[in-house]
Design a protein around this ligand. Structure first.
Ligand SMILES: [Zn+2]
Length: 359
């Protein structure tokens, strides 16, 4: 150690101002990060601004480091609020602590944007409680498949515990078709939200936001070919969302944030990429982005997107493997996969959600 390095260490640790550029930069960035609120936030403020601003906040599912990084790098660069959500399946896959710590790292790296950590499709009080106790700022209790009164009772129980701990709650009325982790609803067993129930449900439960069913669906196969028409290119076109149901809900719940699940658009360029490089995803179909854009301009404050990220990653990795059969370092294919996540999220923020510059 040179005398200058020695003096630097002594001065730095004794709290003197240090004129070493790297050190000054470090102190400045530490100060800047400390200046901002460097912790997870709830969705309360996000939704208020989104409702009034005519845009929605993206809720993206996270399972591993590359997905967390891809999403938050896009949101950070575009100055967009973002919700990172964890399903029961993600928690079983990656472990609660790993996911929370990955998200905390993303918060530290992106101190200028609000980030919420949300439980997607909590199905029991115990699961919600475990996430509330374990650092989440928002939970969903999905009792939508239960009879109405049971949905009310369970949601109310979660709301009471969550609110006592500074955590917000999303609930659901109506059921979506499709497959999401362990939630499987056969096509034909879905049901649109009944607008005449929403006021009673929200006032009885005290929930902070409400997921409604207006024709979105979970997974990459949202509709059967029989439910769709085909466009000139032979690509399936799904039935349009039920904006009449959404508008009726808005009328009955003025100012209240609405959530849309199952809102991936399943971009055909990535379906093609998967199929071109050895995959087999015939007739994968999603929700057209212009319909989601319209919903975002109305009372929809949170739009859930998962399948599009999976598709972007898988297409990119399949292509990489096909083009580089000799590579075997996971960093080689996870790097472009992470970039594909980032590009997908940036596209959603700018062109679907409209949340860029709203941090
Ligand atoms: Zn969902």
């Amino acid at each position: 150690m040179s005398i200058f390095e020695y003096l630097h260490v002594v001065l730095y640790h004794s709290g003197f101002v240090c004129y070493n550029t790297a050190c000054f930069g470090m102190k400045l960035s530490y100060f800047m990060k400390g200046w901002h609120n460097m912790s997870l936030v709830t969705t309360t403020e996000m939704f208020k601004k989104a409702y009034n601003g005519g845009y929605a906040v993206g809720a993206f599912n996270v399972n591993n480091m590359e997905i967390v990084q891809g999403i938050t790098e896009a949101a950070g660069e575009l100055k967009s609020p973002v919700i990172l959500q964890v399903s029961k399946g993600a928690r079983a896959y990656a472990n609660h602590t790993y996911l929370v710590k990955l998200v905390e790292a993303a918060v530290a790296e992106n101190p200028d944007i609000p980030i919420a950590l949300h439980l997607d499709h909590g199905d029991t009080f115990e699961l919600c409680k475990s996430c509330i106790d374990g650092g989440f700022t928002s939970v969903m209790i999905d009792a939508s498949s239960k009879p109405y009164e049971e949905n009310v009772a369970l949601t109310k129980q979660v709301v009471e515990y969550a609110h006592a701990h500074g955590v917000v709650v999303e609930a659901e009325l109506g059921t979506l078709a499709g497959i999401e982790d362990e939630v499987v609803v056969e096509a034909g067993h879905e049901s649109y939200t009944r607008p005449e129930e929403v006021e009673d449900f929200v006032s009885k439960t005290g929930c902070d936001s409400l997921a409604i069913a207006i024709g979105t669906s979970h997974g990459a196969y949202k509709f059967t070919a029989a439910q769709c028409t085909r466009n000139a290119d032979g690509v399936l076109v799904p039935p349009p969302l039920r904006f009449d149901v959404l508008e009726e809900c808005i009328k009955r719940l003025p100012g209240f944030p609405i959530v849309l699940h199952g809102s991936s658009s399943v971009p055909q360029e990535f379906v093609k990429m998967v199929n071109q490089y050895g995959g087999n995803m015939p007739d994968a179909v999603g929700i057209p982005e212009e319909q989601l854009r319209k919903a975002a301009q109305l009372a929809v404050c949170k739009i859930n997107i998962d399948s599009d990220i999976r598709l972007a990653m898988t297409g990119t990795i399949r292509k990489y493997f096909a083009e580089h059969p000799d590579h075997f370092d996971p960093r080689q294919y996870l790097k472009p996969a992470r970039q594909a996540v980032k590009d997908m999220v940036a596209h959603k923020i700018k062109n679907v959600l409209g949340s860029d510059g709203k941090a």
